[in-house]
Design a protein around this ligand. Structure first.
Ligand code: ADP
Ligand code: 5GP
Length: 203
Protein backbone atom coordinates (compact mmCIF):
# COMPACT_ATOMS: atom_id res chain seq x y z
CA UNK A 1 0.00 0.00 0.00
CA UNK A 2 1.43 3.37 -0.94
CA UNK A 3 0.09 6.02 1.40
CA UNK A 4 1.71 9.40 0.94
CA UNK A 5 -0.22 11.37 3.52
CA UNK A 6 1.01 9.90 6.82
CA UNK A 7 2.90 11.88 9.48
CA UNK A 8 4.16 9.97 12.50
CA UNK A 9 4.87 11.87 15.72
CA UNK A 10 6.84 9.98 18.38
CA UNK A 11 8.64 10.81 21.57
CA UNK A 12 8.79 9.70 25.18
CA UNK A 13 5.60 9.96 27.17
CA UNK A 14 5.47 13.51 28.55
CA UNK A 15 7.67 15.01 25.82
CA UNK A 16 4.75 17.11 24.57
CA UNK A 17 3.32 15.19 21.61
CA UNK A 18 -0.35 15.64 22.55
CA UNK A 19 0.13 19.36 23.30
CA UNK A 20 1.74 19.94 19.90
CA UNK A 21 -0.74 17.77 18.02
CA UNK A 22 -3.62 19.66 19.65
CA UNK A 23 -2.19 22.95 18.38
CA UNK A 24 -1.86 21.44 14.90
CA UNK A 25 -5.49 20.34 14.94
CA UNK A 26 -6.57 23.81 16.09
CA UNK A 27 -4.94 25.25 13.00
CA UNK A 28 -5.58 22.65 10.26
CA UNK A 29 -8.17 20.13 9.17
CA UNK A 30 -6.47 16.79 9.70
CA UNK A 31 -7.21 13.19 10.51
CA UNK A 32 -5.96 11.55 13.68
CA UNK A 33 -5.38 7.82 13.91
CA UNK A 34 -7.10 6.59 17.07
CA UNK A 35 -5.04 3.71 18.43
CA UNK A 36 -6.23 0.71 20.37
CA UNK A 37 -4.75 0.24 23.82
CA UNK A 38 -5.09 -1.98 26.87
CA UNK A 39 -4.05 0.77 29.29
CA UNK A 40 -6.52 2.35 31.71
CA UNK A 41 -8.31 5.60 30.82
CA UNK A 42 -6.43 8.65 32.15
CA UNK A 43 -7.93 11.96 33.31
CA UNK A 44 -10.39 13.41 30.82
CA UNK A 45 -9.73 10.84 28.11
CA UNK A 46 -12.71 9.30 26.33
CA UNK A 47 -13.12 5.92 24.71
CA UNK A 48 -13.26 6.24 20.92
CA UNK A 49 -11.79 9.76 20.98
CA UNK A 50 -8.37 9.51 22.60
CA UNK A 51 -8.02 5.74 22.20
CA UNK A 52 -10.14 2.66 21.67
CA UNK A 53 -9.72 1.24 25.15
CA UNK A 54 -9.94 -2.57 24.97
CA UNK A 55 -9.16 -5.56 27.17
CA UNK A 56 -5.95 -7.59 26.82
CA UNK A 57 -8.02 -10.48 25.41
CA UNK A 58 -9.60 -8.33 22.73
CA UNK A 59 -6.23 -6.87 21.79
CA UNK A 60 -4.61 -10.32 21.53
CA UNK A 61 -7.47 -11.58 19.36
CA UNK A 62 -6.99 -8.56 17.08
CA UNK A 63 -3.27 -9.40 16.80
CA UNK A 64 -4.09 -13.01 15.85
CA UNK A 65 -6.55 -11.82 13.24
CA UNK A 66 -3.95 -9.51 11.71
CA UNK A 67 -6.03 -6.43 12.36
CA UNK A 68 -3.06 -4.17 13.15
CA UNK A 69 -0.81 -2.30 10.70
CA UNK A 70 1.55 -2.10 13.67
CA UNK A 71 1.34 -2.86 17.35
CA UNK A 72 3.78 -2.81 20.25
CA UNK A 73 4.06 -3.33 23.94
CA UNK A 74 4.84 0.15 25.28
CA UNK A 75 5.64 0.43 28.99
CA UNK A 76 3.26 -2.12 30.49
CA UNK A 77 0.49 -2.14 27.91
CA UNK A 78 -0.36 -2.99 24.33
CA UNK A 79 -0.87 -0.20 21.79
CA UNK A 80 -1.69 -0.61 18.11
CA UNK A 81 -2.82 1.10 14.91
CA UNK A 82 -5.52 -0.89 13.15
CA UNK A 83 -5.57 -1.34 9.38
CA UNK A 84 -9.13 -0.06 9.51
CA UNK A 85 -7.98 3.23 11.02
CA UNK A 86 -5.29 3.70 8.33
CA UNK A 87 -7.56 2.68 5.46
CA UNK A 88 -10.58 4.75 6.50
CA UNK A 89 -8.68 7.85 7.47
CA UNK A 90 -5.84 8.06 4.98
CA UNK A 91 -8.20 7.34 2.07
CA UNK A 92 -10.03 10.56 2.94
CA UNK A 93 -7.09 12.44 1.46
CA UNK A 94 -6.28 14.77 4.34
CA UNK A 95 -3.04 14.31 6.22
CA UNK A 96 -3.22 11.50 8.78
CA UNK A 97 -1.38 12.00 12.06
CA UNK A 98 -0.16 8.98 14.05
CA UNK A 99 1.01 9.48 17.66
CA UNK A 100 2.89 6.23 18.20
CA UNK A 101 6.12 5.02 19.78
CA UNK A 102 9.42 4.28 18.06
CA UNK A 103 8.67 0.58 17.53
CA UNK A 104 5.48 1.56 15.73
CA UNK A 105 7.24 4.34 13.80
CA UNK A 106 9.72 1.83 12.38
CA UNK A 107 6.99 -0.55 11.29
CA UNK A 108 4.97 2.23 9.65
CA UNK A 109 8.07 3.38 7.72
CA UNK A 110 8.65 -0.21 6.53
CA UNK A 111 5.07 -0.41 5.27
CA UNK A 112 4.64 3.16 4.04
CA UNK A 113 7.98 4.36 2.80
CA UNK A 114 6.77 7.92 2.18
CA UNK A 115 5.55 8.49 5.74
CA UNK A 116 7.33 11.40 7.44
CA UNK A 117 8.63 10.66 10.96
CA UNK A 118 8.98 13.42 13.57
CA UNK A 119 10.58 12.95 16.98
CA UNK A 120 9.62 15.17 19.92
CA UNK A 121 12.28 15.24 22.62
CA UNK A 122 12.09 16.80 26.08
CA UNK A 123 14.85 19.36 26.81
CA UNK A 124 16.15 17.23 29.72
CA UNK A 125 15.32 14.20 31.83
CA UNK A 126 14.55 16.33 34.89
CA UNK A 127 12.13 18.49 32.88
CA UNK A 128 10.46 15.33 31.54
CA UNK A 129 10.03 14.04 35.09
CA UNK A 130 8.58 17.37 36.19
CA UNK A 131 6.07 17.39 33.32
CA UNK A 132 4.95 13.82 33.94
CA UNK A 133 4.45 14.37 37.68
CA UNK A 134 2.70 17.65 37.02
CA UNK A 135 0.40 16.13 34.37
CA UNK A 136 -0.55 13.09 36.37
CA UNK A 137 -0.42 14.58 39.86
CA UNK A 138 1.48 11.54 41.14
CA UNK A 139 4.96 10.06 41.16
CA UNK A 140 4.72 6.29 41.05
CA UNK A 141 6.37 3.26 39.44
CA UNK A 142 4.59 3.84 36.18
CA UNK A 143 6.24 7.27 35.84
CA UNK A 144 9.63 5.82 36.87
CA UNK A 145 9.29 3.10 34.19
CA UNK A 146 8.51 5.71 31.53
CA UNK A 147 11.52 7.79 32.53
CA UNK A 148 13.78 4.75 32.26
CA UNK A 149 12.50 3.93 28.78
CA UNK A 150 12.69 7.57 27.59
CA UNK A 151 16.43 7.48 27.01
CA UNK A 152 16.36 4.28 24.97
CA UNK A 153 13.63 5.81 22.80
CA UNK A 154 15.71 8.92 22.13
CA UNK A 155 18.82 6.89 21.35
CA UNK A 156 17.28 5.68 18.10
CA UNK A 157 16.78 9.21 16.78
CA UNK A 158 18.39 8.41 13.38
CA UNK A 159 15.27 6.77 12.03
CA UNK A 160 13.40 10.10 12.19
CA UNK A 161 13.25 12.70 9.43
CA UNK A 162 12.90 15.63 11.86
CA UNK A 163 13.61 16.26 15.55
CA UNK A 164 11.98 18.95 17.69
CA UNK A 165 13.44 19.61 21.13
CA UNK A 166 10.37 20.78 22.99
CA UNK A 167 11.67 23.39 25.40
CA UNK A 168 9.32 26.30 24.74
CA UNK A 169 5.95 25.02 23.51
CA UNK A 170 5.18 27.93 21.16
CA UNK A 171 8.60 27.80 19.53
CA UNK A 172 8.29 24.03 19.14
CA UNK A 173 4.93 24.50 17.50
CA UNK A 174 6.43 26.98 15.03
CA UNK A 175 8.95 24.29 14.05
CA UNK A 176 6.27 21.66 13.68
CA UNK A 177 4.16 24.06 11.65
CA UNK A 178 7.09 24.70 9.29
CA UNK A 179 7.60 20.97 8.72
CA UNK A 180 3.89 20.58 8.28
CA UNK A 181 3.63 23.44 5.77
CA UNK A 182 6.36 21.88 3.63
CA UNK A 183 4.58 18.51 3.77
CA UNK A 184 1.31 20.14 2.66
CA UNK A 185 3.06 21.42 -0.46
CA UNK A 186 4.05 17.93 -1.55
CA UNK A 187 3.09 17.15 -5.11
CA UNK A 188 0.19 14.86 -4.24
CA UNK A 189 -1.65 17.60 -2.36
CA UNK A 190 -1.09 20.28 -5.01
CA UNK A 191 -1.40 18.23 -8.21
CA UNK A 192 -5.14 18.86 -8.70
CA UNK A 193 -4.61 22.59 -8.34
CA UNK A 194 -1.82 22.50 -10.92
CA UNK A 195 -3.88 20.37 -13.30
CA UNK A 196 -6.67 22.93 -13.03
CA UNK A 197 -4.26 25.73 -13.93
CA UNK A 198 -2.84 23.88 -16.94
CA UNK A 199 -6.12 22.29 -18.14
CA UNK A 200 -7.05 24.82 -20.79
CA UNK A 201 -3.56 26.07 -21.40
CA UNK A 202 -3.47 25.12 -25.13
CA UNK A 203 -7.03 26.12 -26.00
P1 ADP B 1 2.84 13.45 25.57
O1 ADP B 1 1.62 13.53 24.71
O2 ADP B 1 4.10 13.39 24.80
O3 ADP B 1 2.75 12.36 26.60
P2 ADP B 1 1.86 15.97 26.74
O4 ADP B 1 1.58 16.83 25.56
O5 ADP B 1 0.71 15.35 27.45
O6 ADP B 1 2.94 14.83 26.38
O7 ADP B 1 2.74 16.86 27.74
C1 ADP B 1 3.07 16.39 29.04
C2 ADP B 1 2.87 17.52 30.04
O8 ADP B 1 3.85 18.52 29.80
C3 ADP B 1 1.51 18.20 29.93
O9 ADP B 1 1.07 18.56 31.21
C4 ADP B 1 1.81 19.44 29.07
O10 ADP B 1 0.92 20.51 29.38
C5 ADP B 1 3.23 19.78 29.49
N1 ADP B 1 4.05 20.37 28.41
C6 ADP B 1 4.12 20.01 27.09
N2 ADP B 1 5.02 20.75 26.43
C7 ADP B 1 5.54 21.62 27.34
C8 ADP B 1 6.54 22.67 27.26
N3 ADP B 1 7.17 22.96 26.14
N4 ADP B 1 6.82 23.34 28.40
C9 ADP B 1 6.19 23.04 29.57
N5 ADP B 1 5.25 22.08 29.72
C10 ADP B 1 4.93 21.36 28.61
P1 5GP C 1 0.27 7.19 26.56
O1 5GP C 1 -0.06 6.01 27.42
O2 5GP C 1 1.10 8.23 27.25
O3 5GP C 1 -0.95 7.74 25.86
O4 5GP C 1 1.19 6.63 25.38
C1 5GP C 1 2.32 5.89 25.67
C2 5GP C 1 3.12 5.67 24.42
O5 5GP C 1 2.43 4.80 23.52
C3 5GP C 1 3.42 6.95 23.64
O6 5GP C 1 4.80 6.91 23.27
C4 5GP C 1 2.55 6.83 22.42
O7 5GP C 1 3.12 7.48 21.29
C5 5GP C 1 2.56 5.32 22.21
N1 5GP C 1 1.42 4.87 21.40
C6 5GP C 1 0.15 5.32 21.39
N2 5GP C 1 -0.57 4.67 20.47
C7 5GP C 1 0.26 3.79 19.87
C8 5GP C 1 0.10 2.82 18.81
O8 5GP C 1 -0.96 2.64 18.23
N3 5GP C 1 1.20 2.10 18.48
C9 5GP C 1 2.41 2.25 19.08
N4 5GP C 1 3.41 1.52 18.65
N5 5GP C 1 2.59 3.15 20.07
C10 5GP C 1 1.54 3.90 20.46
Amino acid sequence: MNKKNIIVISGPSGSGKSSLIEKLFNKYKLNFSISHTTRAIRGKEENGIDYHFVSKNTFETMIEQNEFAEWAKVYLNYYGTSWEEIKNKSDKGDILILDIDIQGAKKIKEKFNEAVLILISPPSLSELEKRLINREKRNDNDIKTRLKIALSELEEFQIYDYIIINDDLDKSFEKLDTIFSAFKNRTQFISNELLEITKNWNN
